[in-house]
Design a binder for this molecule. Structure first.
Ligand code: NDP
Ligand code: AKG
Length: 420
């Protein structure tokens, strides 16, 4: 099933369903079905062993109707054009649902960072940046971190772009190191937004947060910060995983100890982590645990027609982009399992990226408290508006989020008279 899965079909389906509810004609949404710009690049790199390897990369701008394209860069072996297209479109709707002045874009390089040295990753980043330089810029398209990339990679992008332009340009990329104009709070922002959203939905459903059980799939930037902040908020994180599999303790995991172990060395894997009361489970088993909240924070297509009937969680908070397929969505809705959609739940990252860009272009800096407070205000307001619309229209939260986002994108296109 995973091989034939095309995430861009998922995007088109939800957009078409939302358009039908909004009463839009095919012409109203025709332009939204096609990414505005797609660039495929070849990236020759001299590897540490002296051989030359040519990596394939992409930068795709789905929409710039509401502002410059915005979205992360993924370094992962499974990167492909349809995945980047879907990720770019999700960015368009994510920025619209939280109402920040951006369109959507995404980039990726087909590579496995776990098998590359730091020198090789830096060489890929520099050559990739040079290749996509005609498309990016603070007013055109602003990359950020995603799977397999981090603040260091963003710093190399900023440096390469600045070298090409002949002067320092902080605002070309967000999620940078603090020394290069990175925003305080950006590293934790996506997970912090996931935590705010989880607390918001629990409150609406009348479930107390204290002691509520959570399973988190993924222990990278988003998974680890989500687990940490949910743990600090009083929830009981009973399972977490990385690419090697997961660990489970029904009495609750020692999240600080696990995160210190993972942070100590990038080669540390959860399959080698042992603690009293903890059992090792697969990523598939983690998704089917008897928990109240499931937080998928790894890749797309994790909850699909093959396992949706087996999900025991009452509530899924999508920290990853596209973890649930359209088929699974229908099954979960019929089973009464609430899904807080990716474009809302994981929007904290791009919201703080927006704050970083605003600070960069104005040459000002905000405190971490200011950033976190403004983030909470935006996440809470977006959640409330989606929740209220969902109640009014009797739809899922995903549909509620798309109704708001699609209307904003169509209104912007129409105000610009993008179609003749
Ligand atoms: N970074 C950001 O700001 C944002 C990210 N997102 C989304 O969140 C998700 C995670 O991104 P991020 O945390 O940045 O990425 P990271 O690269 O930091 O972490 C990815 C995590 O997923 C694990 N993983 C990789 N492959 C698999 C697999 N096949 N099964 C289970 N786990 C796997 C990785 O394990 P290992 O480390 O062992 O390889 C790692 O724990 C993605 O969907 C991304 O698009 C959404 C909004 C913003
Ligand atoms: O911070 C950003 O600009 C985008 C982060 C991202 O790629 C995402 O939200 O999926």
């Amino acid at each position: 099933m995973k091989q034939s899965y095309n995430p861009y079909d998922n995007v088109l389906k939800v957009v078409q369903d939302a358009a039908a509810i909004l009463g839009y004609s095919d012409s109203d949404i025709e332009a939204i079905k096609y990414p505005e710009r797609e660039l495929k690049v070849s990236i020759p790199v001299r590897m540490d062993d002296g051989t030359t390897h040519v990596f394939q990369g992409y930068r795709i701008q789905h929409s710039t109707s509401r502002g410059p394209a915005k979205g992360g860069i993924r370094f992962h072996p499974d990167v492909n054009a349809d995945e980047v297209r879907a990720l770019a479109a999700w960015m368009t709707f994510k920025c619209a649902v939280v109402n920040i002045p951006y369109g959507g874009g995404k980039g990726g390089v087909v590579c496995d960072p776990s098998k590359l040295s730091e020198n090789e990753i830096r060489a890929i980043t520099r050559r990739y940046t040079a290749a996509i330089a005609p498309l990016i810029g603070p007013e055109q398209d602003i990359p950020a971190p995603d799977v397999g990339t981090n603040a260091a990679v963003m710093g190399w992008i900023m440096d390469t772009y600045s070298m090409l332009k002949g002067h320092c340009i902080h605002g070309v990329v967000t999620g940078k190191p603090l020394e290069l104009g990175g925003a305080l709070g950006r590293n934790e922002a996506t997970g912090r937004g996931v935590m705010f959203t989880t607390l918001n939905i629990l409150k609406k459903l009348g479930i107390p947060s204290e002691g509520t059980t959570v399973a988190v799939q993924g222990a990278g930037n988003v998974g680890s910060v989500s687990a940490k902040l949910l743990h600090e908020a009083g929830l009981k994180v009973v399972a977490i995983s990385d690419v090697s599999g997961g660990i489970y303790n029904p009495d609750g995991l020692d999240i600080p100890a696990i995160l210190s172990y993972l942070a100590a060395d990038r080669r540390n894997l959860l399959k080698d982590f042992n603690e009293d009361g903890t059992t090792h489970i697969s990523n598939e088993e983690l998704l089917e645990l008897p928990v109240t909240v499931l937080v998928p924070a790894a890749l797309e297509n994790q909850i699909n027609a093959g396992n949706a009937e087996k999900i025991q969680a009452k509530l899924i908070v999508e920290a990853a982009n596209g973890p649930t397929t359209s088929e699974a969505d229908e099954i979960l809705a019929k089973r009464g399992i609430e899904v807080v959609p990716d474009i809302l739940a994981n929007a904290g990252g791009v919201v703080v990226s927006y704050f970083e860009w605003v600070q960069n272009i104005q040459s000002v800096s905000w405190t971490e408290d200011e950033v976190n407070k403004k983030l909470k205000d935006i996440m809470d307001a977006a959640f409330e508006s989606v929740w209220d619309l969902t109640q009014e229209k009797h739809t899922t939260l995903r549909m509620g989020a798309y109704l708001i986002a699609l209307k904003r994108v169509v209104d912007a296109k129409s105000a610009r008279a993008i179609w003749p």
